[in-house]
Write a protein that binds this ligand. Structure first.
Ligand SMILES: [Ca+2]
Length: 135
């Protein structure tokens, strides 16, 4: 590596940074030369800030996903509650029609209960998991 630098210096082919390059600030001691160490530090610093950015985006996405799941569960609970109330109000649905929609109703209720149950089960599980990892 040092050899190449040397050869370039002799031929007057030293590389110059673009005036707008972000790597200009890598020259920490202000001698207008970016040493290998200075460049390496700058790259490490950039990688660290990229990692932070990536972590931030992941956390934001996870947050959005959790919000979405909460809305879904709320919707399930509301529809189940409303459906049960509607079915229980006397005279709203004729008894003979109730026979027809009975199987649909029970399937709908059970699957919604599944959604709700899965949500609570999973959130308890993830909570346990994160607490274990936090140790
Ligand atoms: Ca320098």
């Amino acid at each position: 590596m040092k050899e190449t630098f040397h050869v370039d210096r002799i031929k007057g082919k030293m590389k110059k940074l673009d005036p707008d390059s972000e790597f200009n600030k890598a020259d920490k001691n202000g001698d207008n030369v970016i040493s290998h160490k200075e460049l390496e530090d700058e790259i490490l610093r950039k990688n660290a800030s990229l990692d932070r950015e990536e972590r931030r985006i992941r956390m934001e996405n996870a947050d959005k996903k959790e919000d979405q799941q909460r809305y879904m569960v709320w919707f399930s609970m509301l529809t189940v509650t409303i459906l049960i109330i509607v079915v229980l109000i006397p005279g709203l649905i004729p008894v003979e029609r109730l026979d027809h929609i009975g199987p649909i109703l029970s399937t709908f209720l059970i699957s919604n209960m599944g959604v709700i149950g899965t949500f609570f089960g999973l959130s308890a599980w993830t909570k346990n998991k994160t607490m274990e990892n936090g140790k």
